[in-house]
Design a protein around this ligand. Structure first.
Ligand SMILES: Nc1ncnc2c1ncn2[C@@H]1O[C@H](COP(=O)(O)OP(=O)(O)OP(=O)(O)O)[C@@H](O)[C@H]1O
Length: 231
């Protein structure tokens, strides 16, 4: 089954076309690395799938059923996003962020508390639950954002530059969590400038160039395609 179908996606901002006719699918349990030069459109694609960036044309569907246009709430509940820069709310503590995510994804209270405890220990955030974002370090804010996305069991995870700003302990722990999610059937679309770092996770890649999908394939084919296309 396809977890994500992106069909003929176009995104324009003012008179600039940021994504041009992008189509691809992601199967259940697949991990796809989205690669491309700075400005290729990777973050724009992520934000458009999340509905943060408006599309001008095309269709985005989850689990072959839930259309971003027609079933927005069901769509949003099936997807979690870790942006490159933490997008936390200054008026909420770390704990309040977790509770907000728990509510919006309909996680049962007892299960939510269990997961929060597990993740704050794993990410070494014990004692930071009542802190507001401004009194956390950048890496700690990234951890809070990461935990928010790890709390629900969603079929699709979008991660813009995983591991950015995390220390080596947090990277190892996060990688283990992702492997656990993948084993349970979660599909992941992640952007990266360091393919080496995600090689243990990703099995496919999509290459964007100037807003267009240039290549897609298995991760093992990446080096050959990269050499051949000189990008
Ligand atoms: N809101 C916006 N308004 C106008 N142009 C934008 C907007 N957001 C992004 N762009 C432009 O769209 C293009 C793609 O940007 P995007 O952030 O998606 O690239 P990226 O592949 O994620 O790059 P990087 O590797 O640097 O993170 C860039 O040329 C950028 O200047």
């Amino acid at each position: 089954m396809n977890v994500l179908d992106v069909h003929e996606l176009h995104v324009d901002v003012l008179s600039t076309r940021l994504l041009n006719n992008v189509s691809f699918s992601i199967e259940k349990g697949s991990v796809v690395a989205l690669v491309g030069h700075n400005g290729a459109g990777k973050s724009t694609l992520m934000k458009t799938i999340m509905g943060i960036q408006e599309k001008s044309n095309g269709e985005i569907t989850l689990e072959e059923t839930y259309s971003q246009d027609k079933h927005f709430l069901e769509f949003k509940r099936r997807i979690a996003f870790i942006p490159e820069e933490p997008l936390l709310m200054s008026e909420l503590t770390a704990m309040q962020h977790f509770q907000l995510y728990g509510k919006s994804y309909g996680i049962q209270e007892e299960e939510l508390m269990k997961r929060i405890e597990r993740y704050i220990e794993g990410f070494e955030l014990t004692g930071k639950l009542d802190e507001y974002p401004e009194s956390l370090s950048k890496g700690m804010r990234q951890k809070v954002q990461t935990i928010c996305a790890m709390l629900p069991d969603v079929p699709l995870l979008l991660i813009d530059e995983p591991f950015m700003g995390l220390d080596i302990y947090a990277i190892d722990y996060f990688e283990e969590l992702l492997k656990e999610k993948i084993a349970n059937g979660t599909a992941i679309l992640l952007t990266t400038h360091q393919l080496e770092r995600v090689k243990g996770l990703a099995n496919q890649f999509i290459m964007l160039q100037e807003g267009e999908l240039l290549h897609k394939g298995l991760i093992e084919e990446f080096e050959t395609i990269k050499r051949r296309s000189d990008v």
